[in-house]
Design a protein around this ligand. Structure first.
Ligand SMILES: C[S@@+](CC[C@H](N)C(=O)[O-])C[C@H]1O[C@@H](n2cnc3c(N)ncnc32)[C@H](O)[C@@H]1O
Length: 240
């Protein structure tokens, strides 16, 4: 399924996430040993550094990254957008339980056709969602389009491991234990077998940097998190 493209991929991804939405947060915590929340908070801080105004989180899922952005004093409002009502309902409930409900807007929408005019946001993020996009260059181009000149786009995503010790250590974990956890905890082995296969097919950190540049961003750089399993990229939309 990881090899699907276009509309077929979008339909597969949508039905998979609709089925696992209720267990999505628990699985993230189990798979990452709870680290995903600190990676998201770090992503939010880096994204909004030196900026102020509205922030967008595409494919926001249950809204963690949007909420991390909303928690920053310089962010007036964080919009979390997702294709699935199942995710938006969970994100809204989570926002309502937090301290930043008045600064957060969780909404339905397609990351490949964002319902916002050009130059609407100070910054935009994508967390663990680019692998699932049926058209990755278009998703990046849309993020770049809606950010103001001088604004920032960041992406937080699992990254393919190069051959070596780390790959030998993590491959059995991602390809063996994670699908088993998916079966036992989320009742869905195939969704969590798709995860490592989609990482294997995703551009490496240098490749993703090139795609961010092709989307019109400059000063692109990245850092690895999670023992090299996750890459956090950032780029700026040039001023004129
Ligand atoms: C792995 S989850 C990531 C959720 C969240 N960003 C996080 O970091 O936990 C991927 C999300 O992408 C959403 N998604 C997939 N295709 C999308 C699209 N075209 N537009 C908006 N959301 C999309 C799914 O519904 C799902 O919630």
């Amino acid at each position: 399924m990881a090899q699907l493209q276009g509309e077929a991929k979008q339909q597969y991804v949508a039905s998979m996430f609709a089925r696992i939405a209720g267990r999505y947060d628990l699985m993230n915590t189990l798979i990452t040993g709870g680290m995903h929340l600190s990676w998201k908070r770090k992503t939010a801080r880096i994204t909004a550094q030196g900026l102020s105004g509205r922030a967008l989180d595409i494919a926001s899922g249950t809204g963690d990254l949007a909420l991390a952005l909303a928690g920053l004093p310089q962010i007036d409002q964080a919009v979390g957008l997702d294709l699935l009502p199942e995710m938006v309902i969970l994100a809204k409930a989570k926002a309502a339980r937090g301290h930043t409900a008045d600064k957060t807007c969780m909404m339905l929408g397609d990351a490949l056709s964002l319902p916002f005019p050009d130059d609407s946001f100070a910054c935009a993020t994508a967390g663990f969602s680019l692998r699932n996009m049926p058209d990755l260059p278009r998703a990046l181009a849309e993020m770049s389009r809606v950010v103001k000149p001088g604004g920032r786009v960041t992406t937080l995503e699992l990254t393919p491991l190069t051959l070596g010790l780390k790959s030998r250590l993590f491959r059995p974990y991602f390809h063996g234990l994670v699908p088993l956890m998916g079966q036992l905890v989320a009742g869905n082995r195939s969704a969590y077998s798709y995860l490592p296969r989609s990482v294997d097919r995703f551009p490496d950190a240098e490749g993703l940097s090139s795609l961010l540049r092709e989307a019109g961003l400059v000063e692109v750089d990245y850092q690895f998190l999670g023992f090299g399993t996750v890459a956090l990229h950032r780029g700026l939309k040039p001023i004129a």
